[in-house]
Design a binder for this molecule. Structure first.
Ligand SMILES: NC(=O)c1ccc[n+]([C@@H]2O[C@H](COP(=O)([O-])OP(=O)(O)OC[C@H]3O[C@@H](n4cnc5c(N)ncnc54)[C@H](OP(=O)(O)O)[C@@H]3O)[C@@H](O)[C@H]2O)c1
Length: 345
């Protein structure tokens, strides 16, 4: 069906950042978009937040980004209109737009990585309707609610790509850092693949919750700041075969506990972008360092099949209405969440 008529009389709600501060996010009325040729118009049902959004909203991720900006990258919604020539989706389908628009398989082009990511520099998903090319969305897994499917585009796909960086096999040990969105998906995918999971957290209570999800060993990085020793002890001295580095500045500590020939998938920077490395930590133990930038549409579709088959359910910490989205970001900044923070539209 081709439909170029705007819904809701052409108007919609949109959360916009008018400055680089969480106090400058306001929900305003805006013009609803219309699907052009090759595009789908999606009624956003739910969105989820990522650490990246905080970095964007405080101006540290892409300094000089033009404002106002609709933040956030991850959403699930229903196709309400299709533009001319669209056959990939029909009205009524549940979809999730992909984060790096245009990256379908293989390696992304520099152009895609620099300019085609939703939520900055492209506009985000915290609005009632979004338009994306039909080629740049995937079907939502049938076993997930809208909010659960909205957790997938960045957090889940990044975890999936990081675990694919190994390769990881059953019986390997995977080290995860923190109990945020990426780490908890990595925990679920690693257990699905038969790996042993060692997880770090600032909170003993969160470590217990991670164990309830299948984590084998929990280490409190506050009370055990030199946690590499504890990881070695938990692996009979071998170290972790695959480390999903979300802390960033702890890379030297990770290199102290990666196994001989193991992999560190470098994903995040929650404690800072910079660190000092001794290259001998890489050379002697023949460690592989692999940067991760979310993933391609192919990876997303592979992951969704696994999510359906294994009936993986994303861990959602809390739900906020669109009107309270600034509070949701402030809650995320506090860091007491376990898993994802969702926004219902
Ligand atoms: N490269 C990519 O493709 C990609 C994709 C997604 C995310 N990322 C990055 O990966 C990181 C995690 O993202 P996320 O969305 O999972 O974040 P998140 O949901 O906010 O979780 C981050 C978790 O890290 C732990 N943490 C926070 N500050 C810490 C510190 N100073 N030292 C050690 N641990 C700390 C906390 O766990 P506890 O409360 O359990 O201590 C926190 O819940 C971010 O840097 C994000 O930008 C990168």
């Amino acid at each position: 069906m081709t439909n170029t008529v705007s819904p809701n009389g052409g108007k919609m709600r949109a959360a916009k950042a008018f400055g680089f501060s969480l106090d400058e996010i306001r929900v305003v009325e805006d013009d609803a978009p219309v699907a052009g040729p090759g595009q789908i118009l999606v009624k956003v049902k739910a969105a989820t937040l990522n650490y990246r959004d905080l970095a964007v909203l405080t101006g540290t991720y892409i300094p000089g980004l033009p404002l106002p900006l609709v933040p956030a990258s991850d959403a699930c919604g229903e196709v309400v209109a299709t533009g001319e020539g669209v056959s990939r989706f029909k009205v009524g389908d549940r979809v999730t737009p992909i984060y790096t628009q245009g990256w379908h398989d293989g390696r992304p082009t520099p152009e895609q990585r620099a300019k085609r990511t939703i939520g900055a520099p492209l506009g985000g998903v915290l609005q009632d309707f979004v338009v994306v090319p039909a080629e740049d969305a995937v079907h939502a897994p049938s076993n997930l609610t809208d909010a659960e499917a909205a957790c997938l585009p960045i957090a889940a796909l990044t975890a999936w790509s990081a675990l694919s960086a190994g390769p990881m096999k059953a019986g390997d040990t995977v080290l995860l850092q923190g109990t945020g969105g990426v780490s908890l998906f990595a925990l679920q995918f690693a257990k699905m693949s038969g790996a042993r999971v060692v997880i770090l957290s600032s909170s003993d209570e969160k470590l217990e919750r991670a164990k309830a999800l299948g984590a084998d060993v929990g280490i409190n990085y506050k009370t055990t700041p030199e946690w590499s020793m504890a990881v070695k002890a938990a692996t009979d001295g071998r170290g972790a075969d695959l480390i999903v580095e979300t802390i960033g500045s702890s890379l030297p500590e990770s290199l102290s506990c990666v196994s001989f020939g193991g992999t560190v998938a470098v994903v995040g920077f929650v404690a800072g972008y910079e660190t000092k490395l001794n290259v001998r930590q890489l050379i002697g133990p023949m460690v592989r360092l692999q940067g991760i930038a979310v993933g391609s549409r192919r990876g997303f579709e592979d992951m969704n099949r696994a999510i359906e088959l294994a009936n993986i359910k994303p861990v959602i910490d809390s739900f906020y209405p669109l009107e309270d989205v600034a509070e949701a970001f402030k809650y995320m900044k506090k860091g007491s969440h376990f898993g994802k923070i969702a926004v219902n539209l």
